[in-house]
Design a protein around this ligand. Structure first.
Ligand code: PAF
Length: 516
């Protein structure tokens, strides 16, 4: 692991590296919350860079800049233990220039007022200018594929998402769930300031949010009631002075009167003299899980079983393309006649109906076209022979993606395909890129053919076919196969179906269910 103290040193080191980079910006005093970001970055990227910089620009005149804990030695040990490649620890004058205290000469990045008018922005003027400025600098220097921020600073995360999007900064912004102590207190470097008694009372922020969340689950949507619950909890702790409890949209940060689809209930309070924040994201729809990956990686088997385990609908997009292909053939239409095929789209109403799991074995959904059940008919060799060509037609793709998005409005689906996380459900709560080496997929295909008593080609021959299919899928114009930047890659080479499922359940619990 390298410890680099200058911008020049960092540039020089980066120049010699190749592969994807995950950046985890921090102010040090690392705890399990930071480590969860670093572990995710480690999993997603070839290289992990952690910056440690107590950024003076984001502290107000009466805030804790001087007292902020600085624990570089311990931080370095922790970083080493989780496989960080480089820690970047610049000084303020190296990063900003010698005049960094002089706001007349400093070039700053200022987020739009709509994002800073509420929540912490209202009480910490200039704070998010400092955050946006340093994050712009760090991302511009490191040019990561992905950068990682915690959901605990929910307003910061929303601002950084917009910053990266609006200023075309490189890489994806990955938000990671809040990590909590056993009693629920959100981890924060500032928890170090709390006395024993304050520490005991600090948990009331979480308890209030938890109670509001329970009330939300029971059907209460209004900001007024949800915020009042949190305030009532805060009032029970003498060391706690509330600053705000607000309900906003977690991305636009617009204040909400009530939760329509999703809301972030956020709280800030002083515990003694220490200012703590916390939040909970309330969703009125069930999550969406997007599983993409190359042919033969086991997506549909895994997606179906995962949907079954979680009680969600398996949105079998492959079955939808098959259903439309069946309809095209049943109408006697030439599949190559793109205009005639497109004309059939509005006449073909496809429905997927979840089958009750009486025997506990996950079933594929029942597929209906208009009033005909086609669950069996879509599996014939005639349909199989035509489905790829029809699914590659622009108008077909567009119409079926629209239908898939309709299913997503209500949430509660697991969908698999090639462009689910990148195109169909870019806001999915969990995105998985399920893949396996070409050799492994060739071996699986051999086993599959042997089980079905079909002729089994040589491994090299199958591997060649699979490689060509991968190339075609990832270079085609319409809906190419691509891993979403915020998707988690799962390589299934050495895993059984149960092993893959176990891993996906773990990722679901870590990334979607943030509160048990
Ligand atoms: O969340 C933090 O620790 C800081 O605000 C950040 C993002 C590292 C910028 O200084």
């Amino acid at each position: 692991m390298r410890l680099l103290k200058t911008v020049e040193g960092l540039r020089c080191w980066l120049g010699k590296q190749s592969g994807s980079i995950g950046l985890v910006p921090t102010m040090g005093a690392l705890h399990e919350g930071h480590l969860s970001l670093i572990r995710r970055a480690r999993r997603d990227n070839d290289l992990v860079v952690v910056s440690i910089f107590v950024n003076p620009l984001q502290f107000g005149p009466n805030e804790d800049l001087d007292a902020y804990p600085r624990t570089l030695e311990a931080d370095a040990v922790l970083c080493e233990s989780v496989g960080v490649d480089c820690i970047f620890v610049p000084t303020a004058s190296d990063l900003y220039g010698a005049d960094f205290n002089d706001t007349n000469t400093l070039f700053a990045v200022v987020p739009p007022p709509a994002l800073t008018y509420h929540l912490c922005g209202k009480f910490r003027p200039g704070h998010f200018d400092g955050v946006a400025t340093v994050v712009t600098k760090l991302i511009s220097l490191v040019r990561p594929q992905r950068s990682y921020f915690g959901q605990k600073d929910g307003q910061q995360l929303a601002i950084i998402r917009r910053l990266v999007q609006d200023l075309n900064l490189p890489g994806a912004v990955i938000g990671c769930p809040i990590v909590r102590e056993a009693d629920g207190l959100a981890l924060s470097s500032r928890n170090k300031y709390l006395s024993g008694q304050e520490r005991q009372q600090a948990v009331i922020l979480y308890r209030g949010l938890r109670s509001a969340e329970e009330t939300f689950k029971a059907g209460v949507r209004s900001q007024h009631y949800l915020a009042r619950i949190v305030f009532q909890y805060l009032e029970t702790a003498p060391a706690v002075t509330p600053q705000y409890v607000e309900l906003v949209h977690p991305h636009s940060l617009a204040p909400l009167e009530k939760v329509e689809t999703v809301g972030m209930l956020a709280v800030a309070a002083f515990v003694g003299t220490t200012r703590l924040i916390d939040n909970v994201v309330l969703r009125s729809r069930q999550p969406i899980i997007a599983i993409d990956g190359p042919a033969g990686a086991g997506k549909s088997t895994v997606a179906r079983q995962l949907a079954h385990q979680l009680g969600l609908l398996y949105l079998d997009t492959g079955a939808m393309y098959r259903a439309f292909t069946w309809y095209v053939l049943a109408q006697g239409c030439d599949p190559k006649d793109e205009i005639a095929v497109a004309d059939l789209l509005p006449k073909c109403d496809i429905k997927l109906v979840a089958v009750p799991n009486a025997d506990g074995i996950p079933q594929p959904p029942d597929v209906w076209v208009n009033d005909t059940s086609v669950t069996q008919a879509i599996r014939t060799s005639e349909v199989t022979a035509q489905v790829s060509a029809i699914a590659a037609q622009g108008a077909v793709r567009q119409a079926l993606v629209k239908q898939q998005m309709q299913y997503g409005l209500a949430g509660g689906v697991v969908a698999d395909g090639r462009d689910i996380g990148t195109h169909v459900f870019p806001d999915a709560e969990l995105k998985i890129f399920l893949t396996a080496s070409v050799e492994e997929r060739a071996r699986r295909r051999q086993r599959d053919l042997a089980n079905r008593n079909q002729p089994v080609p040589e491994l090299t021959e199958l591997a060649q076919v699979i490689s060509e299919r991968d190339y075609k899928d990832s270079t085609r114009k319409i809906s190419p196969l691509r891993q979403a930047d915020d998707a988690i890659e799962v390589i299934t080479d050495s895993l059984t179906v149960d092993g893959v499922l176990g891993k996906l359940m773990m990722l679901y619990n870590e990334n979607v269910i943030t509160e048990e």
